[in-house]
Design a protein around this ligand. Sequence first.
Ligand code: GDP
Length: 465
Amino acid sequence: SSTIVSTRKTNSPAQYKPEKWMLPGKVGDGLTQLNLAIVGHVDSGKSTLSGRLLYLLGRISQKVMHKYEKEAKLQGKGSFAYAWALDESAEERERGITMTVAVAYFDSKKYNVVVLDSPGHKDFVPNVISGAAHSDAAILVIDASTGAFEVGMDSTKGQTREHAQLIRSFGVDQIIVAVNKMDAVQYSKDRFESIKQQLGTFLRSCRFKDSNVSWIPISAMENQNLVTAPDVQLLSWYRGPCLLDAIDSLQPPTREFSKPLLMPICDVVKIQHSQVSACGKLEAGALRNGLKVLVMPSGEVGTVRSIERDSQACEVARAGDSVAVSLQGIDGTVMAGGVLCHPDFPVSIATRLELKVLLLDFAMPILIGSQLEFHIHHAKEAATMVKISSLLDTKTGKVIKKVPRCLIAKQSAVVEVSIPDFFSKLQTSFPIIAHCFCSFYYTPNFRSICTDQFVLRSSQIAKLL
Ligand code: GDP
């Protein structure tokens, strides 16, 4: 039974011809943008590290840094100065209507790096999902100090494993493991090697290739091995790159320049009547001022009034860029989780999806009727398991049982889930309030989805039903 609620005709992307301005020029287009998620267990030092990088790479002035250091000292929290600096810049960006998942920008030799995901203690996993959906690569921060690495790896309390699994599920296959707080273990080579060995085994089981994982011992607090070679203690045994060089060694991301526009919306700010600003990363295509874009799922067409990137106005944005786009002529709903697309190439909308899933460690069996939380790009929706079609062999992917009664941890399966229908909700609850409702979109080149934060991973939408 067809439950696709989109009434628009979908053209085949094969029919799409990009205009010349949409493709990047050969020279002088600046550095490639690299979206980098910084993830890891709470207190592993993500904020300190990001703040340090910003400062070292000249994005926070010395004057401002001194101010933070003074304040932090007064409160007896010296090393928190960098974390504060980062929080402050994130807050400023929010006010300046830039996307909230991009917390910082800095340049390496090769890349214009956008640091994703606000490192906070609240609501952590959804933030990681939002950040991971954007990212080309990730830094996994590990706390090397005695006992702390072990807590992070703990399957019930620790977030290290979960974050690694999540980012891999979103198609991120390059990762830098920043083994932080090396100062707390006297820059011990043995500790570093033991962490590398234990976590390495786990990363391999998440399908990270050894050649795509780099291991960098650092101390964010003592500024060791971040942007320059370390001091003698580390240098006595470590000869590898510093963190910034490891970032430069990442493979440049591939970008879908010549496909129709696709921008999943991660945040929306209402500017005034019929003018909103939508933030997100362009997954495909390009935008420029004056262009008409289709807002899904509401189906309204708006006009691009201005584009902002890294708090600065820009003329054109292309696949890979994280931007805030202000749109004119919109009366209805633009919401986080929605998608901006080309008016002639709309994304399809569905309320029922078939998924290929893998269950992670999870205590409860999943049955028909189980309630799940569904994430794709920035949409987050309550979903219901409506059918368990088949059980798959986790290695070969072959069907080993049809219509099993339930699913348990470590099983792989094809299932059907249903999500609320955006349009029926609209009819029953007029007037529309932005953000409240969201349906589900299938976008042709989405990365992957994640269902119920802790349960399923590596899912693929097999088809719309
Ligand atoms: P987050 O929760 O991952 O963002 O962690 P924070 O950046 O807030 O850091 C948590 C705590 O670890 C703070 O007290 C930091 O001062 C401390 N910390 C961060 N980096 C280092 C480091 O390299 N060495 C030591 N000894 N402490 C650190």
